[in-house]
Design a protein around this ligand. Sequence first.
Ligand SMILES: C[C@](O)(CO)[C@H](O)COP(=O)(O)OP(=O)(O)OC[C@H]1O[C@@H](n2ccc(N)nc2=O)[C@H](O)[C@@H]1O
Ligand SMILES: Nc1ncnc2c1ncn2[C@@H]1O[C@H](COP(=O)(O)OP(=O)(O)OP(=O)(O)O)[C@@H](O)[C@H]1O
Length: 289
Amino acid sequence: MYLLEKAPAKINLSLDVLYKRPDQYHEVEMVMTTIDLADRIELIVLQEDRIEIKSENRFVPNDERNLAYRAAKLLKDTFSIQNGVRIYIEKQIPVAAGLAGGSSDAAATLRGLNKLWNLNLSTKELADLGAEIGSDVSFCVYDSTALASGRGEQITELPPPPACWVVLAKPAIGVSTQTIYQNLNLEDVQHPSTKKMVEAIQQQRYEEICSQVGNVLETVTLRLYPEVKQIKEQMEQSGADAVLMSGSGPTVFALVQQESRAQRMYNSLKGFCEEVYMVRMLGYPQTLD
Ligand SMILES: C[C@](O)(CO)[C@H](O)COP(=O)(O)OP(=O)(O)OC[C@H]1O[C@@H](n2ccc(N)nc2=O)[C@H](O)[C@@H]1O
Ligand SMILES: Nc1ncnc2c1ncn2[C@@H]1O[C@H](COP(=O)(O)OP(=O)(O)OP(=O)(O)O)[C@@H](O)[C@H]1O
């Protein structure tokens, strides 16, 4: 038995941190959506009791460090599944970029194995299981647009935002999410208004969405990595409707409604940044076949 799942990247349209919790996580309020930059996950059921990970990308671990491996293991252990699975990850999402690539692979594995192993779990049940793997996995299970609170695992779905182009640039550095949260000084940030962002999406007001984007982790990453700041400034100067860093970075994205303007921005960024993408905003679940 065999199944394909699409695992799209996410962007944070807003990311607010409320306080540091006693369990070493931070209480957050994030508005997230998906974009048409996606990994492709192929799942093949094995009669033998083992989990295999295959990927041509050298940055993707092929053992229990892989979040997709952990997703399969979690379902196997929780539901005493005797079969194994081969998981082939065709990687399109840049690794360690702030785009939840690993979390989305884990979520796609949960969705796919739910079908292949006839578990009949609801999206909420899968998302709750996903939270055991990582804070972003629950959102990725929903594969839509949502407000995420708690440490990121409490999901309230929202309608997809109005369509637009998303131009992304990832500087050639890796950023540790843990380091960024550790260096956050909550007295030194400007909090975005989650409420206004949610209302702007509910009312489908593109300009209001653009004026409400904000990410408190940006303060930390831009201070620690000047190359991220440089890319952000370059995007701001080339006529974006809004520019923001996604998650803990280092990827910066621009929202642009006009295709020709997005194309010009893509071309000019390509001149000094190797990893640049121009994709559509999605915000609703996609199928592959
Ligand atoms: C930055 C974001 O990607 C935004 O969507 C998420 O908040 C992070 O999600 P993630 O990568 O799935 O994070 P996890 O794997 O759960 O946690 C990695 C590390 O980030 C820190 N962390 C994460 C989430 C959170 N709400 N507070 C935190 O302080 C913790 O130090 C944790 O050890
Ligand atoms: N399926 C996977 N794809 C990519 N990286 C993975 C995967 N599973 C585990 N990893 C590990 O996780 C690390 C972070 O990768 P990932 O691409 O998920 O980061 P990210 O986009 O910054 O995540 P987030 O936005 O959730 O913080 C990588 O360095 C890699 O070693």
